[in-house]
Design a protein around this ligand. Structure first.
Ligand SMILES: [Zn+2]
Length: 150
């Protein structure tokens, strides 16, 4: 299993969200960042750059930054390619899908104004405070990650 950190370019924000649902550490590109800005972050933080841009991939290669060049614009095929590259894609609530913050488990009873049963497990993003429930969307996500004959 590959344990790596990643940064997605602007074309792969959606893929980045899916990877975070699988517990992968995937940064969003810094706002308004240029290609060189992305490469700089990748090098500084030791992240593998995920991109569909051949030119950008070539620049990574020259700069000595890790990268994965995604072949497809289809999310399913992108996930499949990364699975083949050795990424673990099992559903795992470890990262905020929006901001890549670390999720901490909170008990249902700790959540103010919650109408959920107290035994429900939830996760809270340490960075942006977003709450994740093991809610109705959860099985659908699992299906998508599992269903691929990976
Ligand atoms: Zn967050």
């Amino acid at each position: 299993m590959v344990i790596d950190r990643y940064i997605a370019d602007e074309m792969l924000i959606r893929l980045a969200r899916w990877l975070r649902m699988a517990g992968q550490d995937v940064s969003n590109p810094p706002e308004g960042s240029s290609d060189s800005g992305l490469i700089e972050v990748a090098l500084k933080e030791g992240r593998v750059l995920l991109t569909r841009d051949r030119l950008l991939a070539r620049r990574c290669e020259k700069a000595g930054a890790g990268f994965i060049l995604l072949r497809s614009s289809q999310l399913d095929e992108q996930l499949l390619q990364l699975k083949e590259a050795g990424l673990s894609l099992e559903l795992s609530p470890a990262r905020c899908t929006l901001c890549n913050g670390i999720l901490e488990v909170v008990e249902g009873s700790d959540l103010c104004g919650s109408t959920r049963p107290v035994e429900t497990t939830a996760w809270r993003c340490e960075s942006c405070g977003k709450i994740y429930w093991r809610g109705s969307h959860w099985p659908r996500i699992r299906e998508r990650l599992d269903d691929k004959e990976f």
